[in-house]
Design a protein around this ligand. Structure first.
Ligand SMILES: Cc1cc2nc3c(=O)[nH]c(=O)nc-3n(C[C@H](O)[C@H](O)[C@H](O)COP(=O)(O)O)c2cc1C
Length: 358
C-alpha cells in the first residue's frame, strides 16, 4: 500500500506550488503556500549557494511547515566557440531594436563550475535542514543521492516519460513528478529528445503509476479542482502547479509576464528553445517567431540562456514582453489574479464538491 503524499510531505493538501527558477518563487509565495496547507517550493536552479541559504532562512522564519528546494541537475554540453559566436551574432538584431550594446566578449559557461555550484547548493539544502529536495533535467549521481538520504531528505525527481520515471525510481528517488507536455516552463526530459518526450498528462499519469511503486505527482495544465481531482482519479497522489501560482499576487514573476498570461488565448503557447537552448513552453512572441528558423541550430542550455540574458533583461526593463521568456502552460487562460489563499481555497472547495476528502 502506497503511503499518502500528504503523510510523506507532512502537509494538509497534496498541492505543490511548482518550483519556478528565476525569481518567481519568492519567500512570500512559498510561505503562503506552506501556511495554507500545501507544499511550497523554492526554485533554486539559477541561485548562488548564498542566495539559496538566505531564502531558506527567510522561509524558515515565516513558517514552521515543511517546504522544499528544487535544483537543476547539470548536463554536459558540447558547444564550439564558432557556434557561440554565430548564435551571438544572430541576437544582434534584437539588441539593435532594444538599443542595447552588442555583446563583444562571449564567455562559455564552464561545466565544472556549474557542477561545483550544484554540489554547493546540495550542501546548503543539507546544512539548512530542508526536508524536501526535488530535481529536474536528470538524475543526480549516486553520491549526491546518498548524501541527501543520509540526512533523511525526501527526494523528488522529474519525469516526462515512463522510462524516465523508472530510471528515477531505480536511482533512489522517493517521489516522481510527472511533467506532461502541457506544462509551462522547461521540459524536464533527459533520456530522449524533446519530440519523443511530449506525452500529455492524461496518458502519462496512469502509465507511470502502473510502472513504478513510489508516489506520483502530476504536473502540466492543472489549474483548478477539476484538474486536481482528475489527476487523483488517474492514480496521482497529488499535483504540482506552476502557471496557476505564477499569476498570484505573492509571486515574483514580472508584471508583464503575469499580464501576458492573464490575457493569453488558448492557442498562444508554444514550445521553443530559442531563449535558453532547452525546450520550454511559453507564450508565443516576436522573439520566438523571429528565431524559429534557426531554432534547431542554437547552442545547448545553458549557453543560449547566457547569450539571451541581456535581451530578456532589456525587454523587461523597457516594458517589452515581446523579448521576454513568458513561460506558461497550455491551460494559461484559466489563470487568475488572486492571492495564494484564494487559489488554494477554490481548488479545495471545488475538489470537495467532486468528492475529495483529506
Ligand atoms: C515560469 C516557470 C518556471 C519553471 N521553473 C521550473 C524549475 O525551476 N524547476 C522545475 O522543476 N520546474 C520548473 N517549471 C515547471 C513546473 O515544475 C511544472 O512542470 C509546470 O509549471 C506545470 O505546468 P503548469 O505551468 O501548466 O502548471 C517551471 C514552470 C514555469 C511556468
Amino acid at each position: 500500500m502506497l503511503q499518502k503524499a500528504t503523510d510523506i510531505f507532512n502537509v494538509k493538501y497534496p498541492i505543490i506550488q511548482a518550483p519556478m527558477a528565476g525569481g518567481v518563487t519568492t519567500t512570500r509565495l512559498v510561505t503562503e503556500v506552506a501556511n495554507g496547507g500545501g507544499l511550497g517550493m523554492i526554485g533554486a536552479g539559477y541561485m548562488s549557494p548564498n542566495q539559496l541559504r538566505k531564502q531558506i532562512q527567510e522561509v524558515q522564519q515565516l513558517t514552521p511547515n515543511p517546504f522544499g528546494v528544487n535544483l537543476f541537475v547539470p548536463n554536459e554540453f558540447h558547444v564550439t566557440e564558432e557556434e557561440i559566436l554565430a548564435a551571438n551574432e544572430k541576437l544582434n538584431q534584437f539588441r539593435l531594436t532594444l538599443q542595447i550594446p552588442e555583446k563583444k566578449i562571449v564567455e562559455k559557461p564552464d561545466f565544472n563550475d556549474l557542477y561545483n555550484t550544484f554540489l554547493e547548493q546540495v550542501d546548503v539544502v543539507i546544512k539548512e535542514n530542508v526536508p524536501i529536495c526535488s530535481f529536474t533535467f536528470g538524475v543526480p549521481t549516486t553520491e549526491v543521492i546518498d548524501r541527501l538520504k543520509q540526512h533523511d531528505i525526501l527526494l523528488m525527481g522529474t519525469a516526462t516519460t515512463v522510462k524516465e520515471a523508472i530510471a528515477l525510481e531505480k536511482a533512489g528517488m522517493d517521489i516522481i513528478v510527472v511533467q506532461g507536455s502541457e506544462a509551462g516552463g522547461h521540459r524536464g526530459n533527459f533520456l530522449k529528445s524533446n519530440n519523443e518526450s511530449m506525452m500529455g498528462i492524461m496518458s502519462l499519469i496512469p502509465q507511470v503509476v502502473d510502472n513504478v511503486s513510489i508516489p506520483v505527482i502530476a504536473a502540466g495544465g492543472i489549474m483548478d479542482g477539476r484538474g486536481f481531482m482528475a489527476s487523483l482519479c488517474l492514480g496521482a497522489q497529488g499535483v504540482q502547479m506552476g502557471t496557476a501560482f505564477l499569476t498570484c499576487l505573492e509571486s515574483g514573476a514580472n508584471e508583464l509576464h503575469k499580464t501576458a498570461i492573464l490575457n493569453a488565448k488558448e492557442d498562444q503557447t508554444v514550445v521553443t528553445r530559442s531563449f535558453s537552448g532547452k525546450w520550454a513552453r511559453g507564450i508565443q512572441n516576436e522573439f520566438i517567431s523571429s528565431m524559429r528558423a534557426n531554432e534547431q541550430q542554437l547552442p545547448a542550455f545553458p549557453v543560449q540562456n547566457s547569450l539571451t540574458k541581456d535581451i530578456r533583461k532589456a525587454g523587461a526593463s523597457q516594458g517589452k514582453p515581446e523579448f521576454m521568456s513568458l513561460w506558461a502552460g497550455q491551460n494559461a487562460t484559466m489563470a487568475k489574479k488572486q492571492t495564494v489563499g484564494m487559489l488554494m481555497e477554490s481548488i479545495i472547495a471545488e475538489a470537495k464538491g467532486l468528492g475529495f476528502s483529506t
